[in-house]
Structure formats: structure tokens, C-alpha cells
Design a protein around this ligand. Structure first.
Ligand code: FEO
Length: 408
């Protein structure tokens, strides 16, 4: 199977409709994914990337049928991660001498993963591969977007940017193109992908996009390594990345909580009431983190101006579900967001202090000292929860102070 991308570029990847988690269990893929590989058919025939190892046989056989393995002049590996390099051993077992174009880091990583000394040709930004008919594949290093080896390749003439993971989405589709799928689904998956994978690298994203835009190259297609190809208006997703990379926030506050006997949940409800009462324009969402997909929660945190994190005190600490999501949030290094903590307790009551510490460590500016409520929150405690909601809404609006984060 192949899908025509331009007159001389075909998609030859694999659509993984059944995948429900990626990176082990680190990333949920409710709508599956695809491993996109492409063939450039000019005077030279060049394969760009492969697919994940479970699909290597089918991939290589399909490539043989559609292109003929003996006709491949080169393989470009934009990125070594196993979802793209998994079929390389099977392919190179059949055509061992074909040159493999990648960055120096890419060659090192591929050797580390597969213990093979293939015919590597290492490239840097600005290097190119002449594919004939007056066209070239120009390479652009994309270091740490999102691995040290990442790069993009740009096909002159057709103006196709093979961006690998950048601009991707974990989104299986029958149609392969942005203008042929549900736009809300597509953009939700693109945002989830950015929020959960690329957020820590946002300063690099901005610099790299500016560097590429400064070249003034036309871009007719952006062909990432996951999800659909951007052909309707490729600059739209580039613009979105620039927005998302610059401390992105919508006018939203998100209440995250875990609860044992509904006391902390009641506080969450009252906090939400206070947020809405203070600012009816604020989008207020609540998630029980022990019942909600963590990557979906991260997408909501990404969109938020403020979060409230609540847990009952358990064993002098917080619930494992809340601890897990805050560990994830810290690693993603969100910037410019506010936070407050809350929770019930029965005797020692360390939970809120622990939450404050974790939120501050994750770079959030704390609003107030948080709210502790003894046992089942009474009317007075519930009123304090409404007041905390109001206080956070005011801080978001800018008419109440929030503590500076402990680290930027
Ligand atoms: Fe899709 Fe970083 O691999």
C-alpha cells in the first residue's frame, strides 16, 4: 500500500489502529497512531524513516512490492527512536550496503540499539543529498526535538518538510491528510502531543522554528512521522507550535483532586464554585486524577492559567495518583502558571504542605497557603473552599498576588 503525497513522494508507513499506549504506558493513544515512512522517487529512490519493529516484515514486503528493495539508493533516518527505526534491521538484512543518512548522534544511537555497523553517512544542518531531477533533500538538525539525534529533511522543488516527530499526532486515520479528518479531533491530538512530549523543549522549539522560517523556504506539505500530513495550510501547525511553545495558557483553571471518602471532592466542588462566582468567563474543569487518563489531565494543565491540587493526607503524604501526576507535571517544566493546594485530614495533616512543596518545585506560583479541612468539611470549611476559588480567580485576573515560584 502507498499513498500519494506529491507526484514523486509516497507514504509507505503503517497505521496502527490498535495502539492504546505509547512509550510503554507513558502516553495514552486513544485514537491509535501511525508510523509514517516516505519514499522519494526521483532519479534516486530514497526511503525516509521506517516503522516500529512489530510491523517490520509487512513494511519491508510492502516496500519491495511498491518500490523494489533493489531500487533503493539511500535510507534517511530522521530519528533513531524505535518507533521509526524498528524495521531498519529487517530492511538492511536484505540490502545491507545501502547508505543510511543520519546525524552523528543518530549513528551512535542506532549502533547502541541494534549493534550493527551499517553504512552510515552522517550529516549536519545544510548538508544535502542530490536526488536528481534538479532536486535535493536538505537536512536540518533538530537536536533535542525531542532526542539528541532528531533531524528534519526538506525536499526542494516539491517543498515537502519531513519533520519527523515535530508536528505529529498520535492519530490513526484512513485518509492521511489534515483536511480529510475531523479538525477538532486532529487539533486535540496535536495539542496533547505537544503538551505531553514537547513542553520541556519549548525554548528550542521557538528558536528552531524561527531559524527555519528565516530561510524563507516555501513549504507545501509538512509530513511528520506520526498522524496526518499537513497540506491544507501547513503554516497553521507551525503557528500553533509557536503559540504552544511560549508559555501557552487559555483562560482556564483546572481543579485536580483525589479523594478517599468524598471530603476532598466536596472541597473541589466548592473551589470550582468560587472560581466561577469570581469570574464567570473562566473555564473551570475538575478531574479526579485517580480516574482520569493522566495524559488528558496534562493537556488540561497545559491549557490552564492556574491549577488547584487536592489530596487527603494519607500516611503523612498525599495519594499515589496525585503524587504521580505531580511528578509528571514537574518533569514537563510548565511556566507562568499559578497553583493552590487543598485537602482533608484526620490527625497529622501533612498533605497540603506536601502539595505546596511539590507545586512550587514544579515551577508554579503559589496562591495563598492552601486549605486544610479536618475530617468531613463542615460549612465553615466549605466556605473557605469557595473563598480559595475566588482568591485563585482573582490571582489569575491579576488583582491578587501569587508567590514567585522557587525556580523559573
Ligand atoms: Fe516517534 Fe521520538 O519517536
Amino acid at each position: 500500500m502507498k499513498v500519494r503525497i506529491t507526484d514523486t513522494v509516497d507514504w509507505v508507513g503503517y497505521v496502527d489502529w490498535e495502539l492504546r499506549s505509547f512509550h510503554g504506558k507513558e502516553y495514552s493513544t486513544h485514537r491509535g497512531t501511525s508510523y509514517n515512512a516516505y519514499v522519494v522517487r526521483e532519479e534516486k529512490t530514497v526511503l525516509i524513516d521506517t516503522v516500529w519493529a512489530p510491523y517490520d516484515q509487512g513494511f519491508v514486503e510492502n516496500l519491495d512490492r511498491e518500490v523494489g528493495l533493489a531500487n533503493l539508493d539511500a535510507v534517511v533516518m530522521n530519528h533513531s527512536e524505535v518507533d521509526h527505526s524498528g524495521a531498519l534491521p529487517e530492511l538492511l538484512r536484505r540490502i545491507p550496503n545501502v547508505p543510511v543518512y543520519c546525524t552523528e548522534a543518530g549513528a551512535r544511537i542506532l549502533k547502541g540499539l541494534y549493534h550493527e555497523d551499517w553504512n552510515f553517512v552522517t550529516v549536519k544542518t545544510g548538508d544535502s543529498l542530490d536526488v536528481g531531477n534538479g532536486k535535493k533533500l536538505v537536512f536540518v538538525e533538530m537536536k533535542m526535538l525531542h532526542w539528541p539525534d532528531s533531524m528534519a529533511s526538506y525536499l526542494t522543488g516539491d517543498a515537502v518538510l519531513f519533520s519527523n516527530d515535530a508536528f505529529g499526532q498520535h492519530y490513526a486515520s484512513a485518509s492521511h491528510f489534515d483536511d480529510a479528518v475531523d479538525d477538532a479531533e486532529l487539533m486535540a491530538e496535536a495539542l496533547k502531543y505537544y503538551a505531553n512530549i514537547l513542553t520541556p523543549f519549548s525554548p528550542l522549539v521557538v528558536n528552531k522554528i524561527r531559524e527555519v522560517l528565516a530561510l524563507g523556504l516555501p513549504i507545501a506539505r509538512i509530513a511528520p512521522s506520526h498522524g496526518v500530513i499537513w497540506r491544507k495550510d501547513p503554516t497553521r501547525i507551525v503557528g500553533k507550535y509557536l503559540e504552544w511553545a511560549q508559555d501557552y495558557r487559555e483562560h482556564q483553571a483546572t481543579v485536580l483532586y483525589d479523594t478517599m471518602w468524598d471530603g476532598t471532592r466536596r472541597l473541589a466542588d466548592r473551589i470550582a464554585e468560587g472560581l466561577r462566582a469570581e469570574d464567570p468567563t473562566l473555564v473551570v474543569k475538575l478531574f479526579n486524577v485517580s480516574k482520569t487518563d493522566k495524559n488528558d489531565v496534562i493537556s488540561e494543565v497545559f491549557k490552564s492559567e492556574a491549577i488547584l491540587a487536592g489530596s487527603p493526607t494519607i500516611n503523612r503524604g498525599i495519594s499515589t495518583a496525585m503524587a504521580a501526576i505531580l511528578e509528571e507535571i514537574e518533569g514537563l517544566r510548565f511556566k507562568g502558571k499559578k497553583a493552590a493546594a487543598f485537602g482533608t485530614y484526620g490527625w497529622s495533616g501533612e498533605g497540603v504542605a506536601k502539595l505546596n512543596g511539590l507545586l512550587a518545585k514544579a515551577g508554579f506560583a503559589l496562591v495563598g497557603e492552601g486549605l486544610k479541612a479536618l475530617w468531613n468539611p463542615d460549612d465553615a470549611a466549605q466556605a473557605k473552599a469557595v473563598a480559595l476559588g475566588r482568591e485563585v480567580a482573582k490571582a489569575v485576573r491579576g488583582d491578587a498576588g501569587a508567590a514567585e515560584p522557587e525556580h523559573p
